[in-house]
Design a protein around this ligand. Structure first.
Ligand code: FAD
Length: 531
């Protein structure tokens, strides 16, 4: 079969939701195309397998950004899922929605259908909250949201340390208020990862009107007379065309969606000309407005030993934990590594949190890929800026679909972001130095005790800051000259084509981006089915 009603490009967080919703009524033939393989690898389902997934060359696109001055000429690693479930199959499973004001701000920007009151029903309807139902939580949705089954003693100590440092406690970051410190809730079920694929796609793979094609790299969208007609894919070395009667929906994520639009001739004229791509529609905003949470870590070495480390004693502990996992589906192997954290105000007069914390029970460096660092027993605290002002872009290296997109993060380009991150280092240090964590002998490995002046801290930040893997904004929703899609997420100037994924967020939400992306897809599917 080569003609469907809907073709969805990308089987990630958004794509899996769309495939489920659009095929549920039985009225439409739906085809989901995914560049990566099926989600059968053990490391996807065992939560602690996320350490392995960071290094995977088959399940992770392993993008690297351009070197830029603001980042001290460093290229920054950008993991993205390349498998059914997309980034929700390799992410840290933290269930976070952001702040009410994030969505009200989208509405103020002219997207009146996306205020918090309008999106809350979709967060609730996609959620199965194990704690039960209330004003903020649903129990009838597909996405299982659970309390963490691993709560290491050191995570408890982090929570009390942050409280001693003056921050309030909070046991539900997605409830009435986001501010506070506590344990994250996770997208897991019975101690296993619950990706968007596990929640929305796998249970429905036998629907006769749902076709899922994996290892299919979309080359471009076929557009005739400013109308999307289908897509061209490459599978097992062969090119093939597939057609859509209703719509093509692009859900390839914040890096690949703008890339695919540009390869299809939709994008900034100068960029398309540069790569000899025939212009179908000059749309200046494609690939612009890239935003991500800039993040910095403070790492302490400690004499405490109930931590993740490549040490002989830790191996025994690990074996005991593995036994607990296989008998009770609990313990360290269910850990997201970032079990505890929170949302804090960098100064008390702010009206809402501007920083997010992720506490790690290990000495972490280079996205967990630095094995040498893990020879130490240590603890690390990530602090990220929730609403950075710096903006980057996605462009092309060339007109071949097999090339990676060209990612310019432009982290820390804005002076306010630099100042905020200097402050973030000081806040991180203060929390890690509270007695609950400092009662065992500690030594700061990163940044190091010599790094004290603001100037030195800024140099350290420019040399070490990364993102926390939440790219958004590159096909933003709106009606201004840089908007790529309208409020229904239809591409401006092209019929029968939508972008539905994290790339449509006009501004970054104040938190992790999986649940918001799932909400976006569920809302658009509802609009599509009720039109
Ligand atoms: C390491 C990591 C940790 C994270 N931790 C968290 C967390 O704890 N909590 C949280 O809320 N968020 C987290 N995130 C972010 C969150 O997972 C993403 O924001 C979300 O999954 C994005 O969904 P998406 O649908 O926009 O894109 P994706 O889920 O990335 O899906 C895009 C899909 O499109 C496919 N694709 C791309 N190009 C093509 C092509 N040419 N042809 C065919 N298919 C293509 C990709 O392979 C992928 O499957 C994390 C992300 C990462 C990478």
């Amino acid at each position: 079969m080569t003609t469907y009603d809907f073709i969805i490009i990308g089987g990630g967080s958004a794509g899996c939701v769309l495939a489920e919703r659009l095929s549920a009524c039985g009225k439409y033939q739906v085809c989901l195309l995914e560049a990566g393989p099926k989600d059968t690898h053990w490391s996807i389902h065992l939560p602690l397998g996320l350490i392995e997934l960071m290094k995977s060359k088959t399940l992770n696109w392993q993008f690297n950004s351009e070197q830029e001055n603001s980042q001290n000429q460093r290229s920054i690693f950008n993991p993205r899922g390349k498998v059914l479930g997309g980034s929700s199959s390799i992410n840290a499973m933290l269930y976070v929605r952001g702040q009410k004001q994030d969505y009200d701000h989208w509405a103020e920007l002219g997207n009146s259908e996306w205020s918090f009151d309008k999106v809350l029903p979709y967060f609730k309807s996609t959620e199965h909250q194990e704690r039960g139902e209330n004003e903020y939580h649903g129990i009838s949705g597909e996405l299982n949201v659970a309390d963490s089954r691993s709560k290491l003693p050191v995570s408890d100590d982090f929570i009390t340390a942050a409280h001693s440092a003056g921050y309030p406690l909070n046991d539900d970051f997605n409830g009435k208020q986001q501010e506070g410190i506590g344990y994250y809730q996770v997208t897991q079920k019975n101690g296993k990862r619950y990706s968007a694929a596990a929640a929305f796609l796998t249970p429905h793979l036998n629907r006769p009107n749902l076709t899922v094609i994996t290892e299919a790299l979309v080359q471009k969208i076929i557009i005739e007379e400013k109308q999307a007609k289908g897509v061209c894919i490459k599978r097992k070395g062969k090119l093939q065309q597939i057609f859509a009667k209703q719509e093509v929906i692009l859900s390839a994520g914040a890096f690949n969606s703008p890339q695919i639009l540009m390869l299809s001739g939709i994008g900034p004229q100068d960029e398309l000309n540069k790569h000899d791509i025939k212009i179908v529609h000059n749309l200046a905003g494609v690939g612009k407005n890239l935003q991500d949470h800039v993040d910095i870590m403070v790492v302490n070495k400690t004499t405490r030993t109930d931590l993740l480390a490549y040490r002989p004693k830790a191996s025994w502990w690990f074996i005991k934990q593995a036994k607990q996992y296989f008998t009770q589906q609990r313990g360290l192997l269910t850990s997201t590594v970032a079990e505890a954290g929170g949302f804090i105000k960098s100064s008390p007069e702010l009206d809402k949190p501007d920083l997010q914390l992720h506490f790690i029970p290990a000495a972490m460096d280079d996205h967990g890929r630095n094995n040498k660092m893990l020879l130490n027993y240590g603890i690390s605290l990530h602090t990220c800026l929730l609403r950075p002002k710096s903006r980057g872009s996605v462009t092309l290296y060339g007109n071949s679909p097999s090339l990676h997109p060209k990612i310019q993060l432009n982290l820390l380009a804005d002076n306010d972001d630099q100042r905020a991150m200097i402050n973030a280092v000081k806040i991180g240090r203060n929390i890690l130095n509270q007695h609950q964590l400092a009662k065992d002998k500690i030594t700061e490995i990163v940044p190091s005790e010599e790094c004290q002046s603001d100037e030195d801290i800024l140099a350290f930040v420019k040399n070490k800051a990364n993102t926390i893997y939440h790219p958004v904004g590159t096909c933003k929703m709106g009606s201004d000259e840089l908007a790529v899609v309208d409020q229904q997420l239809k591409v401006h100037g092209i019929e029968k084509l939508r972008v539905v994924d994290a790339s449509i967020m006009p501004t970054l939400i104040s938190g992790n981006t999986n649940a918001p992306t799932i909400m976006i897809a569920a809302k658009v599917a509802d609009d599509l089915l009720n039109r």
